[in-house]
Design a protein around this ligand. Structure first.
Ligand code: DX5
Ligand code: ZN
Length: 221
């Protein structure tokens, strides 16, 4: 039996009551996904280092999944490494020349490292660093905003990553992020995703905890 992990994205929670947002999940989450946007790599701003630090401090037993949508990796990445979340994912499209070094920087700090791909970026662009990755995040919307429509051919990349992992004996998890809803979540899991991020589908719900519990049942196959 495969287990698909659910990672609610706090971007869709009430920004004035993040603690309440986490409580509303009633422990029915596997990971907590935190989107960091710098207003430069993406045209939006979200949480910063302090929020990541507060979350890690308040929930030391939770798996904190930090998704950096930022430029200036050399300056900003060390700040997040200091916070020691469970996982830090960086985009392949930001400062590509630093990708290998940045992944090593995260790994050497004892933190799991992930590589994220925007919808237009092919998997082949990261083939030479897949051996380093603990996770590959496939963006199924253009990064920057919650509540967008799922881009269907994102699942082709998931299938490609599943087969590359098998052929090369890699060990990364495959995560999907963006546009997940009740209608597509089962197909996403069946395509081979190990971790599913969901923002609006979780928090636009009257009972986020119940939604997660219900979806968890539906993903057992
Ligand atoms: C988008 C973010 C996502 C976002 C997903 O740039 O990376 O994590 O929260 O939101 P939904 O699930 O609403 O598409
Ligand atoms: Zn994200």
């Amino acid at each position: 039996m495969r287990k698909t992990l659910l990672a609610p994205s706090l971007l869709a929670a009430d920004p004035l009551n993040l603690a309440g947002g986490v409580e509303s999940l009633r422990n029915n989450y596997d990971w907590l996904h935190l989107d960091i946007m710098d207003g430069h790599f993406v045209r939006n701003m979200s949480f910063g280092v302090d929020t990541a630090a507060a979350l890690c401090k308040k929930l030391p037993d939770s798996f904190i999944d930090v998704h950096l949508m930022i430029d200036r990796l050399e300056v900003i990445l060390p700040l997040f490494i200091k916070v020691k979340p469970s996982l830090i994912t960086i985009h392949a499209e930001t400062e590509y020349h630093l990708l290998h070094a940045s992944l090593m920087q995260i790994k050497n700090a004892g933190i799991k490292c992930g590589i994220a791909l925007c919808p237009a970026t092919p998997v082949r662009n990261i083939e030479s660093v897949l051996n380093l990755a603990d996770l590959v995040l496939i963006m199924s919307v253009t990064p920057g905003l919650g509540g967008q429509k799922f881009i269907d051919n994102s699942l082709d990349k998931v299938r490609e990553l599943v087969s590359l992992r098998e052929v090369n004996k890699f060990s990364y998890l495959i995560e999907i992020d963006g546009g997940v809803n009740d209608n597509n979540i089962v197909d996403i899991a069946k395509a081979g995703c190990d971790v599913i991020v969901a923002g609006s589908a979780v928090f636009n719900n009257d009972d986020p905890g119940e939604w997660l519990a219900k979806v968890k049942e539906a993903l057992i196959f």
